[in-house]
Design a protein around this ligand. Structure first.
Ligand SMILES: Cc1ncc(COP(=O)(O)O)c(C=O)c1O
Length: 247
């Protein structure tokens, strides 16, 4: 219980960080090589709502991968976006999603050139990133902003052995549930922006969606999870990967 602090002098403020929280977020940005990284205490759910609110407009088409999490659907619904759903492809043997193919995205962009935003979910629940690099690069070449729900991929960035992270693929905004694949407490998540200027578009929405009394225990665990992947994780994760593959 002693860890459960609040915005007292020296403890900074998640919604306007200038002290220890700013330092922790900066270290996270350094690790993930982003323009800025923000801590989330309400899971990827809150990050998805904030990124959509920052970049989507009512009655404007947005290209959206069909098998997204309910938080994306809820965000699109609240904003009143004209959603253009694009189907993922499925692995023939397992029937599992492999994400949106380049062919599908190309057809969607041709048909809805006025769409300015593409929303993807990568990796799939089983770790498949499909053609993420080609898809993101094609969307960027066509001047689309790419928002990715990477809830299950906070670990991908840390090791070349893993499938490609959407940040490395070139996405503009990426949300990750650190609590799913890193040792962070439940609800701990990150929101990353490639372009530092986008931070100012996102933060006001995080202020609206997140508690004004964010949990310091969750925030501390996000800092610890970052330290883990940055300092020791890669080797341990490689070992775990090897063990899983052998089994
Ligand atoms: C693909 C995907 N996106 C977003 C979320 C929401 O994440 P969180 O539980 O961190 O709010 C989940 C949760 O299971 C998910 O599977």
């Amino acid at each position: 219980m002693r860890l459960d602090q609040t915005e007292l002098p020296g403890f900074d403020d998640l919604h306007a960080p200038i002290g220890v929280i700013q330092q922790a977020e900066k270290l996270t940005a350094e690790h993930y090589q982003t323009g800025a990284s923000m801590f989330l205490v309400g899971g990827s759910t809150v990050g998805n709502l904030a990124m959509l609110s920052a970049f989507c407009l009512p009655r404007v088409p947005v290209i959206v991968q069909r098998d997204v999490h309910q938080s994306i659907i809820h965000g699109l619904e609240m904003i009143g976006v004209d959603v253009v759903f694009v189907s993922p492809t499925f692995d023939e043997q397992t029937g599992l999603s492999k994400g949106v193919s380049l062919q599908t995205l190309t057809a969607a962009i041709d048909a809805y050139q006025e769409a300015e935003v593409v929303v993807l979910s990568s990796p799939s629940y089983f770790g498949n990133v499909g053609e993420i690099e080609r898809v993101v690069q094609y969307a960027k070449m066509n001047n689309k902003r790419v928002l990715v729900d990477e809830a299950h991929g906070a670990h991908l960035h840390s090791d070349e052995q893993f499938p490609l992270s959407s940040l490395k693929a070139g996405a503009d905004v990426v949300v990750q549930s650190a609590h799913k694949t890193l040792p962070a407490l439940t609800m701990g998540a990150y929101l990353h922006v490639r372009n530092k200027d986008d931070e100012q578009r996102i933060r006001p929405w995080l202020r609206r969606f997140q508690s004004s009394s964010p949990s310091y225990v969750i925030m501390a665990s996000l800092d610890a999870a970052r330290a883990y992947v940055a300092e020791v994780g890669s080797k341990e994760l490689q070992g775990d990967c090897g063990r899983f593959m052998m089994n």
